[in-house]
Design a protein around this ligand. Structure first.
Ligand code: UDP
Length: 235
């Protein structure tokens, strides 16, 4: 069966239920807007397992997600939603494109978390936008933008505390939201070391996709350690 959608890290398939899709996590890794590519054995499996646990943890804290059920090693069943073409980034410490754009040293702590929107467009390299751009381009209404920001900050609070329990600092992350047929907006896509910067709380060691971006080696060892800690914290 052909996927109805194939992205850089996941594929989407229909199921017997028109309201439910199968999301397959691939072993492909990309960085710098897909200029750098590689494959890592078990990446799909690890990211699926981490996303599942994070979604379950977030749901328990009252954050709705598109998760329907766990299916197998690399597949989740998810509610069919229309993905808003706005990527929401939350930053607690300076890193990545923020440090580059603003000339701020990596690791500098923000007084208050920063929320950023970007336009989900590979062709344009996911440019930074604001709610006026989102309104004009019909990506999201002003009310939806306000909701995305509020919800992203709630998710940030829950995840900061959870990852700290796991001995990790949540530096920043990117999330996506989807709108269901009922019009409700829920957390969608993935929450994994591909989309979150996570540093060991004691040593500061990077445990996320930066290991791939920066050729630090031990990329999957980092992801495995994240999964082990998240699993342990959820008992
Ligand atoms: N991120 C992501 N997908 C993107 C862009 C960013 O998952 O298309 C994540 C990235 O892993 C990091 C956070 O969002 O955890 C902030 O990324 P940043 O804007 O600093 O960009 P990058 O350094 O990845 O170019």
């Amino acid at each position: 069966m052909d996927p109805i959608y194939e992205g850089k890290a996941k594929k989407l398939y229909t199921t017997d239920d028109p309201e439910v899709l199968r999301m397959e996590y691939k072993d492909d890794a990309t960085a710098f807007n897909a200029q750098k590519k590689a494959q890592f054995e078990n990446k799909g499996k690890l990211n699926k397992a981490i996303t599942l646990l994070m979604y379950q943890m977030l749901e328990e804290k009252g954050v709705p997600t598109h998760l329907v059920a766990d299916l197998d090693e690399v597949n989740l069943l998810v509610k069919k939603v229309e993905i808003l073409q706005v990527e929401v980034i939350v930053r607690n410490l300076a890193a990545g494109s923020f440090s580059k754009r603003m000339g701020v040293e990596v690791g500098a702590e923000f007084e208050i978390p920063i929320v950023e929107f970007s336009y989900k467009s590979d062709a344009l390299g996911d440019p930074l936008i604001n709610d006026d751009y989102a309104r004009e381009m019909k990506l999201a209404t002003p009310e939806e933008c306000a909701f995305l920001k509020k919800q992203a900050l709630v998710i940030n609070e829950v995840m900061i505390n959870f990852f700290l329990e796991c001995g990790m600092k949540l530096v920043d992350f990117k999330i996506e939201f989807g709108k269901g047929s009922d019009g409700k907006i829920v957390l969608a896509d993935e929450v994994s070391p591909d989309t979150c910067r996570l540093w060991d709380a004691t040593t500061g060691e990077k445990m996320d996709k930066d290991r791939f971006r920066e050729d630090l080696g031990g990329v999957m060892a980092g992801y495995e350690e994240v999964l082990a800690r998240v699993s342990k914290a959820l008992g």
